[in-house]
Ligand binder design. Sequence first.
Ligand code: NDP
Length: 246
Amino acid sequence: MLQGKTALVTGGARGIGRSIVLELAKGGADVAFTYRSSAQLVDSLVAEVQSLGRKALAVQADATSAKSAVEVIEKVVAEFKRLDILVNNAGITKDNLLLRMSEEEWDSVIQTNMKSVFNYTKAAARTMMGQRYGKVINLSSVVGLKGNAGQSNYAASKAGIIGFTRSIAKELASRNILVNAVAPGYIDTDMTAALTEEQKKAVLDSIPLKRVAKPDDVAKLVLFLASPDSDYITGQVISVDGGMSV
Ligand code: NDP
C-alpha cells in the first residue's frame, strides 16, 4: 500500500511509536524515526525495518525544539528524497491535581505533546507542499476528548492537537496534504504501566470492550490513514478506544 512512500515517526523507538514504525515498514514505506532517550532500543528497530526490505533512519532529537525539527526533516529528505507521511507520536504525562501541578509539569507536557506537533508539521509542510502530497497523523487521546481529573495538562495538550489538526487540514487541503488525528483509549505501554492497580481497574471498567489495547491496534489505524484508502479523509479525529469515548 505504501510502496515508494517515505515516513517519519516522532518518538518511534518504543511503545505505540515503535509499532507504527513497523506497521508502516510492513506496508512498504521507508521509515525514519526520532528518539530522545531510548538509544538502547534504536539498533534493533533499524534492523527490524531493514529485515522487511525497507530503509530505516534513526535520528536523536528532542521534539520540543523547533530548530531540531527543521534539521530532522532536512536529514530525512536528504536520505529518502521525499517525505510523504508524518506521524506526530512523541508524548509524555506528568499527572497532578490542579492545585498541586507545578508550572514545570504544565509547561513540559504542553511543549512535548503539543508544541512538538507544531514544530514537525511546520517543518514538514514545505516539502509536502512542493510534492503536492502529504499525510500528517497526530496522536491525540480519549483524554483530549473527554478530559480526566489529574491530567489537565495532558488533556489540554491532546485537545489542542485536535484544534490544530482541524485547522491545518483546512489550511493545507488545497495542496493535497491530509491531516488527521487518532484518539487512542487505554493502550498497554510504559505510559500506562505507571498507573496504580486501582487506576487500571477504574479505566478497564470504563471500556465497553473490557480489554486493554495493544500498540498494534493504534498502528493499524495509522497505517490506514497513511494509505491511499483514506485519500478522502481529512480533519478527522478517529478513536481507537474499545468504545471508551462513547
Ligand atoms: P511511551 O511512554 O511508551 O513512549 C513515549 C514516546 O515518546 C517514546 O518513544 C519517547 O522517546 C517519546 N518522547 C517523549 N518525549 C519526547 C521528546 N521530548 N522528544 C522526542 N521524543 C519524545 O508512550 P506511548 O507509546 O504510550 O504513547 C505514544 C503516544 O500516544 C503519545 O503521544 C501518547 O500521549 C499517546 N497516547 C497513548 C495512550 C496510551 O494508553 N498509552 C493513550 C492515548 C494516547 P524516548 O523513549 O526516546 O525518550
